[in-house]
Ligand binder design. Structure first.
Ligand code: URA
Length: 434
């Protein structure tokens, strides 16, 4: 087999066989096929598209290009959750202790963030001492002992995807539906869970700006997961404005804790309950949606989800006292209120821009090497549909540097559209694909 022939076949609109896809992924992972040939193939895929069969073959080849995590030593149905990412997305911080408190074993691999705000691991590091550098043995032991563990993604998880994604990033071939779906699902399959619940975001702060594209991506990933023998469900949720109120690492941790105490923002709570109920059903802990919701409600009301978070933080070296006293989380030196220049309804908040405000303040990474300031960020006081008076607080900035604060304030004000007409507020959950 020759890579040249594979490129030509795809360039001419042909369908690649499983053997041809395995050949290119194995050769590329081993460093035997050069970047320039794989770039040409990716561009051919971009224009000619892949069939369902090709996409599944690519997903499986990438999943098997490195370690396939074996979670068989953990009892029960392991259910993983994945979000396509967005601004203020702290879902894993509240959702994983909620489902763990309901008896679902949580064995999760998470990543750090690049851009906007941090990833789940960055956020968790707001707990002094917390680490995700666990060996696979410690990871499995913790899940068996307390029901929950989160570790950093190992280099050997779907290494073909790692190489391919980096190449697509610099060759304008990221935004192809089959390539995105296979990239995400290859990592999820390698991470070993029996069932997968996906949170596919749509809107101005999401990868998929158009709802139709988010739905198509969700359907593709559900199909891939099910074909690979893992029960897969996708929830499509709104990311046209930040999730909840807090954007920034320690601020998001605080909001997740408040949610576990029963004081969560409505949209964030709705998302946790929707994803959580799907996880409980997939994990065999609830027969239907209403009994799943009742169980999730109970672990918030009786405090066991909050206690589970504290147990988890302690088991991974963090200070559990910070779960009960959020004053112990990192705090910024300056807290500044952004006042509304006019009166009216918030009709739009450019979600990406709010993420960039947090990045400017130091809450995200500009490059892989950047060090995150966990304490900074922005807390919204008004969301889309809310009425604001002139001079009333729109949002609160948490900063450590005055010049960054001013830049973030300017940017936040231009991200908000205030009108005299009340905007139509669309449903937060757009659909569930099972
Ligand atoms: N996230 C991924 O992991 N892969 C993609 O291709 C796009 C987003």
């Amino acid at each position: 087999m020759r890579m040249y022939d594979i490129i030509m076949k795809k360039r001419n609109g042909g369908e690649l066989s499983k053997e041809e896809i395995d050949f290119f992924i194995e050769g590329y992972t081993r460093g035997e096929i050069p970047d320039y040939q794989v770039s040409a193939l990716m561009m051919a895929v971009y224009f000619r598209k892949m069939t369902e069969g090709e996409t599944l073959a690519l997903t499986l080849a990438m999943a098997h290009s490195g370690d396939m995590l074996d979670l068989s030593q953990i009892g029960g149905i392991k259910v993983d959750k994945h979000s396509t990412g967005g601004v203020g997305d702290k879902t894993s911080l509240a959702l994983t202790p909620m489902v763990a408190a309901c008896g679902i074993p949580v064995a999760k691999m998470s990543g750090r963030g690049l851009g906007h705000t941090g990833g789940t691991i960055d956020k968790l590091e707001s707990f002094p001492g917390f680490t995700t550098a666990l060996t696979t043995e410690q990871f499995i032991r913790n899940v068996n002992r307390i029901g929950i563990a989160i570790m950093g993604q190992t280099a050997d998880l779907a290494p073909a995807d790692k190489k391919l994604y980096a190449l697509r990033d610099v060759t304008a071939t990221v935004d192809d539906m089959s390539l995105i779906a296979s990239s995400i699902m290859s990592k999820k399959l390698a991470a070993g869970a029996d069932a997968i619940v996906l949170d596919v975001k749509t809107g101005s702060g999401a990868f998929m700006k158009e709802e139709g594209n988010a739905r198509a991506l969700a359907e593709e990933m559900v199909r891939l997961g099910n074909h690979a023998g893992r029960r897969t469900i996708a929830v499509i949720s709104d990311m046209d404005q930040p999730l909840g109120f807090a954007v920034g690492n320690a601020l998001e941790v605080e909001e997740a804790i408040e949610t576990l105490r029963g004081n969560g923002p409505a949209d964030f709570l709705e998302l946790c309950m929707t994803l959580g109920s799907q996880m409980l059903i997939a994990g065999g802990k609830a027969a239907d949606r209403s009994s799943a919701l009742a169980k999730l409600q109970a672990v918030i009301e009786n405090g066991s989800a909050l206690d589970k978070l504290a147990e988890f933080v302690e088991a991974q070296g963090g200070d559990p006292k910070a779960v009960y006293d959020t004053g112990l989380l990192p705090k910024a030196s300056v807290v500044h209120e952004i006042k509304s220049p006019v009166e009216g309804y918030i009709s739009h908040i450019a979600c990406d821009e709010v993420g960039i405000c947090s990045l400017i303040l130091g809450g995200g990474r500009e490059t892989k090497e950047s060090v995150i300031d966990l304490s900074v960020g922005i807390v919204l006081r008004k969301k889309v549909g809310d009425f604001v008076k002139e001079g009333e607080t729109l949002a609160v900035i948490h900063a450590n540097r005055q010049e960054k604060l001013e830049e973030a304030q300017r940017r936040y004000l231009s991200a908000c559209t205030i009108t005299s007409e009340k905007p139509e507020v669309r449903p937060f959950i757009k659909g569930i694909i099972a």
